[in-house]
Design a protein around this ligand. Sequence first.
Ligand code: FAD
Length: 280
Amino acid sequence: MIPAKFDYERADSVDAAVSLLQQHGEDAKVLAGGHSLLPLMRLRLAAPSVVVDIGRIGELSYVREDGDRIAVGALTRHHDVANDPLLAEHCPIVSYTAGLIGDPQVRHMGTIGGSVAHGDPASDMPTVLLALDAEFTARGPNGERTIPAAEFFSGLFETALNPDEVLTEIRVPRTAGSGWSYQKFQRRSQDWAIVGVAAVLSRSNGGFGSASIAFTNMAESPIRAAAVEGALTSSGDVAAAASQAGEGTNPPSDTFASAEYRRALAEVLVRRAIEEASSR
Ligand code: FAD
């Protein structure tokens, strides 16, 4: 289908983008890689009257050290995240997962910021960033603010970003000393996850000192598997912890899988994720 009529504005800086968003109000939408927004517009599930293209703001594409964190510019393409040496060394779950997104074309166009701002519960990177307790920086008319991942994903395609804010940066912790895993279950290699599980674990005294586990496609937004985390750190029993996978979830039923199937799958993937993370 052809999108509804819209005006196109290209911003050459973050401030210009914020100013355009402020000027056009809730009818305006940021365009980054376009690999989620444009399909929605073509299906007429989104019909912004103005599209503000930030895709050529070069200053938003980078990966760099930032104290005890690694900072990633919001416009960094999935391909560049997947192949970045700093991330591979200090936070490998992020680069590994970026390499699992879609196909090469999607990874060369889609951006980490677009993936986060879109708020799709089936997206891979938001789950990983939630498990990592990442921080997000947004810039709006009143300046910058930092939003913790735990407060960012608020519902189905909903985030804590205001309509006049641009997501500018994602900061992830260095995970040296922790084991990690992202388990993505899909029918074909380039598909979206039917269910995904991110795990970041540390071992202590033969058990688990800390456990951060999060789900893709098990609720209206990416969610932490709090029951699994609690069971794992208190008992150290992997099977018992994995049996808690369905707790607090609300998975969708669709043409790919029923909610019941997703709950059963989540238990299997949680076990695999803990086992793989424990071996790293
Ligand atoms: P856009 O489409 O440009 O924007 C998406 C939304 O975010 C829009 O609402 C836009 O206004 C907003 N936005 C974007 N950037 C910002 C910003 N900096 N500040 C504020 N708002 C912003 N994703 C997966 O996780 N796993 C997959 O397996 C997967 N497979 C895919 C397969 C196909 C065929 C396609 C087309 C997409 C797939 N995707 C998948 C989605 C892909 O990762 C998208 O690129 C990503 O979700 C959105 O990034 P984008 O830069 O294209 O954002």
